[in-house]
Design a protein around this ligand. Structure first.
Ligand code: WT7
Length: 654
């Protein structure tokens, strides 16, 4: 394993910011100890954050070998009820649930109260019922970052339909694959999306996807009013179809283990997996991590900049804030449109209290200089959060010093699509910060570091200073339950590398102070601007092209994106490499997966370095892509060692 630079010095939370938080250092130690000593008691208590139609009497019931995970299994509840109805019933209907800030600053912001959002969701839920959507049906949602996206998710939760949200940047081919994989009969989309002044042809993409897979109905929300095609009998305008639906729609009573949503995510092999989350455990986990993790105080405005197409958007744009009765800001746009101060202008305009964003955005904005930040009044900020990839100390410091003016704590939250919500983070009132380190485990989380052979190097209970592969040894309520339709893949992917443990796929170091510092993926997953990508997926997209014989894709360090995509491609015999082919191949990946998967470099090579038994030497390809030619290791086992010089030569010239 590579040498990590030493940990950064601790940065204390300013006393003013550490006062009156939900959790002091002593609270954290006590609560964490309780959550480990008696998880059932701890999670029974946390479940009281929610309304249950039938409160659970069984709390945890899980095993990692064989793999079976249940929480709150005899409880009955509905997530939408907890997000909306109970707040309205308690007289808090006038509070703002969603502030919507459109792509262009000239557009009018909208605020939607809890009562109004409930009415919107009921209308959507009844419209879905009118179409024929039933409990347990899979509903694909392909929407821009507009309130109707959240309404669609909540409406599904209300009637017990399982939503599968697809990020608006994914291609028709990706939509097709996901609809087919989960057998979704229904699609909710907008006519078009807007991002950074550009139009995203959402409905047209859905139409293309549906050339290859049939659905029963498509519900179309008019957003831009752009010209789109509607297919008779299949496609319905939401406004027209919802005009006569009733204003009542009771929440479907859901068993705690009834599926809530599927979210596709990339792994190191094969097609993206349908990560399945269920109702009870996820609800509790998100309600709890939002409350403690962001130290949320009623009345505050919370802005998570993630798209609802990713898990961060599910958990901390929609479900976490709403379950806590918070005001959540939904932003349709991008950080640098119309100018590099867009984020800071939005913070100022809406007096945002808590900002939760990704290192890639921080780095991109940092590069543009401090003026963009300092020209706005950011005094409303009380807490800053980071998520999605390791944050480099330089970006951390800029976030802390320039955006937070040194008076605002920064929390770095490590988690995954699979974990539902935050797993490792400092709590603002409890812990000093350490740039680049996520910090301490959340309640009930039992991280452990193992070496390649599974020997335990360090864990939270016995301590230890080590670097290794990060596992979690005990279940937590927000854990994914299975890969939709493929439980064996769930077992193989997460529980077979180290039997009886959940393996995260991340490398990590635990230091003497008990801070956990994520070093990045140790598998063939790369993290491009906080978007997770499987190298195998990009390779499959490339080899689909008729000119391509073989492809090997690796990540390389990228100043802004964290990691970039580097693709080595060999063409079929007799094909001359040209710039046109490179352009075509980039286009090929965009078409198959989406723009976020576009390779930064396509390196055409006459052959790939292989062992004599024909195995591609990815380690060498990674080093060359990283411009690290000095430590290629042993190349003598290569079938053709001379190949490496040519690859290096070509890389140097880029
Ligand atoms: C992978 C999960 C967390 C939701 C958004 C991404 C990396 C995530 C951090 C962090 C270091 C992080 C890990 C993880 N990651 N947060 N704070 N520090 N690395 O969810 O798409 O499922 O990706 O993102 O490598 O395994 P995801």
């Amino acid at each position: 394993m590579s040498e990590l630079p030493p940990s950064e010095p601790f940065v204390p939370v300013p006393p003013a910011a550490a006062a009156n938080t939900h959790t002091s250092a002593a609270d954290y130690e006590r609560l964490y100890a309780e959550s480990i000593a008696d998880p059932d008691a701890f999670w029974a208590k946390e479940a009281e954050r929610l309304d249950w139609f039938t409160p659970p009497t069984k709390i945890a019931n899980w095993s990692f070998d064989p793999v079976s995970i249940k929480w709150y299994e005899d409880g009955v509840l509905n997530l939408c009820h907890n997000a909306l109805d109970r707040h309205v019933a308690a007289g808090r209907g006038d509070r703002t649930a969603i502030i919507f800030e459109p792509d262009a600053p000239v557009g009018e912001a909208r605020t939607i109260s809890y009562a109004a959002l409930l009415a919107d969701v009921v209308r959507m839920a009844n419209t879905l019922k009118k179409l024929g959507v039933r409990k347990g049906d899979r509903v694909t949602i392909y929407m821009p970052m507009i309130p109707e996206g959240a309404v669609a998710m909540l409406a599904c939760a209300r009637i017990g339909a399982i939503h599968s949200v697809i990020f608006g940047g994914f291609s028709p081919e990706a939509i097709h694959g996901r609809i087919e994989d989960c057998g979704s009969d229904w699609v909710i989309c907008a006519d078009e999306g807007l991002r950074g002044g550009r139009t995203i042809p959402l409905k047209a993409n859905v139409d293309k996807a549906l050339e290859r897979v049939a659905v029963k109905g498509v519900l179309v929300i008019a957003h831009t009013g752009g010209d789109i095609a509607m297919k008779e009998g299949r496609d319905h305008w939401y406004d027209a179809l919802s005009a006569d639906v009733g204003a009542e729609c009771p929440c479907e009573p859901m068993g705690a283990e009834d599926p809530l949503f599927i979210l596709y995510t990339s792994g190191s092999t094969g097609k993206p997996k349908g990560v399945l989350h269920t109702t009870g455990g996820y609800s509790v986990w998100i309600a709890s991590t939002f409350w403690y993790g962001f130290d949320y105080r009623p009345g505050e405005i919370f802005w998570c900049t993630a798209d609802i197409g990713w898990v961060t958007g599910h958990s901390y744009v929609v479900y976490g804030p709403l379950q806590n009765g918070a005001t959540t800001l939904m932003f349709e746009g991008v950080p640098n449109y119309p100018d590099h101060d867009r984020f800071w202008q939005v913070v100022d305009k809406h007096k945002v209290d808590i900002l939760y964003t990704a290192p890639t955005a921080i780095r991109a904005l940092m590069r543009e200089g401090d003026d963009y930040v300092t020209r706005h009044d950011l005094s409303s900020l009380r807490l800053l959060g980071s998520v999605g990839e390791p944050i480099n100390p330089e970006a951390w410091r800029w976030y802390h010093d320039v955006v937070g003016k040194g008076r605002v704590p920064v929390v770095d939250t490590w988690w995954q699509t699979e974990t539902g919500g935050t797993m490792i983070t400092t709590l603002p009132g409890a812990h000093p910060m350490q740039p680049g380190s996520a910090g301490r485990p959340f309640f009930g989380v039992r991280p452990q570091l193992v070496d390649a052979d599974g020997n335990v190097l360090a864990d939270e209970q016995d301590g230890g200073v080590a670097e290794g592969n990060l596992c979690i040894t005990h279940s937590w309520p927000g854990q994914m339950r299975t890969v939709y339709g493929d439980h064996e893949r769930f077992v193989q992917t997460y529980f077979s590398t180290y039997k009886g443990k959940y393996f995260t796929g991340d490398g990590c170091r635990r230091d003497a102070e008990g801070y956990w510092r994520i070093t990045g993926r140790v598998d063939d997953v790369i993290n491009v601007s906080g978007h997770r990508m499987g190298t195998a997926e990009v390779e499959s997209a490339l080899v689909l092209h008729e000119l391509v014989a073989e492809a090997a894709v690796v990540g390389f360090p990228h100043d802004i994106k964290g990691q970039g995509i580097y693709a080595y491609v060999t063409l079929n015999a007799g094909i001359e490499p040209t710039d046109e082919i490179v352009t075509m191949l980039k286009q090929q990946v965009r078409t198959e997966i989406g723009p976020i998967a576009t390779p930064d470099h396509i390196h055409l090579t006459p052959a790939l370095p292989k062992t004599r038994s024909g195995k591609i030497m990815r380690r060498i390809l990674r080093k060359i892509a990283e411009n690290d030619f000095g430590s290629l290791g042993d190349t003598s086992t290569l079938a053709d060692p001379s190949l490496v010089d040519g690859l290096i030569e070509e890389r140097r010239n880029r």
